[in-house]
Structure formats: C-alpha cells, structure tokens
Design a protein. Structure first.
Length: 161
C-alpha cells in the first residue's frame, strides 16, 4: 500500500508570509463565483481592509471585476470541464483519483498572473499586496499535499511562461 503524501498546512492568521500572492488572489477571487446575494455578504468581510487602503468599496469591486474578468471566465470554464469529467468517470464506473487533467492549465496560470499584475497596476502594487497579506491571508488556510519545488513555483509565479 502506498503511503499517504505528507501534508503541510499554512494558516494565514499565523504565517501570512508563507503564501504566494497568487494563492491569496485565488482565495479572494472565489467570491466572483458566488450567487450575487452571497457575494455581497462575502464582500463585507473585506470592507475594512479595502477602506484601510483608502479605496472606495464599490469602485474597488468594479476594478477587481475589470482586472480579473478573463481569468475568472477561463477558471470557471476549467472547473466546469473538471466537474463534467469527474461526473462522466463516475457514471462510467471509472475511479476518480482526485488528479487533475491539464485542460486550460497553462491558460489559467498565465491569466492569473495577468490578473494579479492588472490589480497591482490599478490599485498600486504595495497597497494591493498589503491588502492581500493583511486582509485576505488571515482568513485562508491551505493544505499542501503535493510535492512543490522551486522550479515549479517560479514557473507559476511567472504565469507559466
């Protein structure tokens, strides 16, 4: 029997600096996939952090939507594909191992890096990163079970280019 992979847990409330900015962006941008009423409730969580950076709440969200729309659409398409694939495999009696296929993986990676850069340009690099690490990170816990190496992480940081 194969031994389970070692898991590492990063808790943003304790060690926010251990996150990459793109990991925090992924957590934060998940709001865009919620129903409008739930998204409005979730946005309230970030209101104090938004205002602490001197941004107007509604304008901030318009800027976020404009800067991330391509990334969000591609990520949504990738997730729908993965759900359909898992459902098809289950229906056919094929075991779903939890692995992922490569559908749109490089596109999502590149567009995520572009979305992060767009937000940094619109809102200011330092203020936006401060928002990610001071406001978003404390609510994020990440469990890592896969092997991560410096080369892979740098590739992701560069938008998989």
């Amino acid at each position: 029997m194969k031994a389970p992979p070692t898991a590492y847990v990063i808790e943003g409330s304790h060690d926010p600096a251990l996150f990459f900015a793109w990991e925090l962006l992924d957590s934060f941008i998940g709001i865009t996939d919620l129903q409008p009423s739930r998204a409005a409730q979730a946005r309230v969580v970030y209101k104090r952090g938004i205002e602490a950076q001197g941004w107007e709440h509604e304008r901030f969200w318009r800027d976020v939507e404009a800067a991330t729309s391509t990334y969000v659409a591609t990520r949504r398409q990738q997730m729908e594909h993965r759900r359909a694939l898992a459902s098809s495999r289950k229906a056919s009696g094929v075991r779903v191992n939890g692995g992922i296929d490569g559908y749109l993986a490089d596109e999502v990676c590149y567009e995520r890096a572009q979305a992060l850069e767009n937000l940094r340009q619109r809102l200011g690099r330092e203020p936006f990163d401060k928002f990610l690490y001071n406001t978003v990170a404390p609510g994020v816990t990440l469990m890592i079970t896969m092997q991560r190496n410096a080369g892979m992480l740098m590739r992701i940081e560069r938008g998989c280019r």
